[in-house]
Design a protein around this ligand. Sequence first.
Ligand SMILES: O=C(O)CCC(=O)C(=O)O
Length: 341
Amino acid sequence: MAEAALDAVRRELREFPVAARELSVPLAVPYLDEPPSPLHFYRDWVCPNRPCIIRNALQHWPALRKWSLPYLRWGLPWAGCGRCFGASRAELIVPSSRATVGSTEVSVAVTPDGYADAVRGDRFVMPAERRLPLSHVLDVLEGRAQHPGVLYVQKQCSNLPTELPQLLPDVEPHVPWASEALGKMPDAVNFWLGEAAAVTSLHKDHYENLYCVVSGEKHFLLHPPSDRPFIPYELYTQATYQLTEEGSFRMVDEEAMEKVPWIPLDPLAPDLARYPSYCQAQALRCTVRAGEMLYLPALWFHHVQQSHGCIAVNFWYDMEYDLKYSYFQLLDSLTKVSGLN
Ligand SMILES: O=C(O)CCC(=O)C(=O)O
């Protein structure tokens, strides 16, 4: 009897993603030709938890004209004209020093294979973190220097204002129509610059994400939260890559850290023998090009690849922990306890 009830729950869980998709998941990520008003953004995209790509939302950013690998190397701090944090132009143009942006040290995630924060074997592995002058990362990206492994400037704790404040006058500190719609300012503004081999493994965040590509392209593979019953999670011991003096990598366990649930599956080459349910999930793929902004709703699963030297900035707005969030937690718990994956 108990087994029959459990089977019924599993059947419902398998049918749920299909029904949800029919009701509200688009076949492709739609484009908007201009930024929506706060009301339309909230009503048509945030509330229904639907992604979209917004064109013509960044043309007023000086970054769109200025940012390139040479600019990141040679640009002078505060040399741009500013619409930043309400500061007056006069305040922004006062040079703090004559140092170039390229001479600024930034945190760089270094991995042997391009996968930071990903399952490798029976571990969840975090990248080695290096402090390098941005110009050294650019040398590697441009093939003028070598560095072991794959480099990705991607510290996700507002590294744009904290590590590269010189670049702030080239962007806006937030997305005004999104801040108004969501009734808050972003928790983090992140800067991303990396090699083509740098890949972000499939995961989800509790953020409403406005992801802006300034140069190059990002390739997103997405799953709606409703696909959770088909997406496997396992519990992993955490480890961190260490880069030795000789330039080789070793994994070191983080003994003091608790095990972490993570998705073991690579959606580009899913192991369907091990995770057969995943073949019932349906990914949406999209490419976000320079000048475009992806609205990636909270709790959507995403896997990200990029063109070599792609430069991007994203804004993370904390999600509302509302009934939608609670329903997702229920789906997550039922998937786990029913042993569906
Ligand atoms: O750009 C990337 O590589 C990953 C972006 C991402 O995971 C995020 O914005 O949450």
